[in-house]
Design a binder for this molecule. Structure first.
Ligand code: BTN
Length: 267
């Protein structure tokens, strides 16, 4: 690694986390190479006592995204972070969680870029219409509530050649290829923001994040095309509701779209 792009370091991350947060997490697990940090978090949750655990890797050999897609995960360039959360939330709060996580992620990344960060519903983060980050949430029922893995992938300094297999327009958080962003500092900011979410979200749900989400909502007021299993609709996105559903106006009717059931793109 170059001086400008240090390795992931537990020490460097822990030094900058608050005391109450450190008490909640115990260890930070960092692998040089792993199949998927989401799998590591899921395995750890089976015996986890702390509120949440942190799993990182320099590289993933089977990184996965939503809709069974592969998540391109080259060594040392990006952030592959999974948080294992022993939550008290119920299934009905899950839909909004994915949007709330995207909103918190925007807050934590803002200080590292001067570009405008946008969210493409439900939870992709984009700069200049190029995807720089994705979130994969996976859950398991446990005796006391829901065990939740929040997997976050962020392209930080990825080279063109390393991203050649990505089938959509992608970008980096780093604005210029100068490798000046220290991933450890970005991770501190994300973990700190997520800790706030773990305390806040079970009480408030998505409601408290809605306004911030809307201010970054890429599709708001845009004409879009929606594909469901059996039809294609054209209409206008009005925003999102408190459940995290997308409000879509089509032929004078307002439809409530749920992610996982539709795909959407701007016209
Ligand atoms: C998406 O499709 O947009 C979601 C991408 C999620 C990628 C992250 S990287 C860390 C964690 N481990 C995985 O295998 N996936 C998530």
């Amino acid at each position: 690694m170059t001086e400008n792009n240090p390795n992931l370091s537990e020490k460097s991350i822990k030094t900058n986390l608050s005391e109450p947060l450190l008490k909640e997490i115990g260890s930070i697990f960092i692998e040089d190479s792993t199949e998927s940090t989401n799998d590591n978090a899921k395995e750890h949750l089976k015996t986890q006592k702390n509120l949440f655990s942190v799993h990182l890797a320099e590289q993933q050999t089977s990184g996965r995204g939503r809709n069974k897609k592969k998540w391109v995960s080259p060594h040392g360039q990006n952030i592959y972070l999974s948080l294992g959360w022993k939550s008290s939330i119920n299934h009905s709060q899950l839909e909004g969680l994915s949007l709330a996580v995207a909103t918190s992620l925007i807050s934590s990344l803002k200080e590292f870029t001067s570009s405008d960060l946008k969210i493409k519903w439900p939870n992709d983060l984009l700069i200049n219409k190029k995807k720089i980050s994705g979130i994969l949430i996976e859950t398991t029922d446990s005796k006391k509530g829901l065990d939740i893995v929040i997997g976050i992938g962020i392209n930080v300094h990825m080279d063109e050649s390393e991203g050649v297999d990505i089938d959509q327009s992608w970008g980096n958080l780093e604005e210029f290829p100068s490798n000046k962003l220290d991933r450890n500092k970005i991770i501190v900011s994300i973990i700190s923001e997520m800790y706030e979410l773990f305390k806040e979200y079970p009480k408030s749900g998505f409601k408290n994040y809605l306004q911030a989400f809307e201010s970054h909502n890429l599709l708001k007021d845009k004409l879009c095309k929606v594909n469901t299993d059996n039809e294609t609709l054209e209409g206008k996105v009005l925003g999102v509701n408190e459940k995290g559903e997308l409000l879509f106006e089509n032929d004078g009717e307002i439809q409530h779209l749920r992610y996982g059931e539709v795909s959407i793109r701007e016209l």
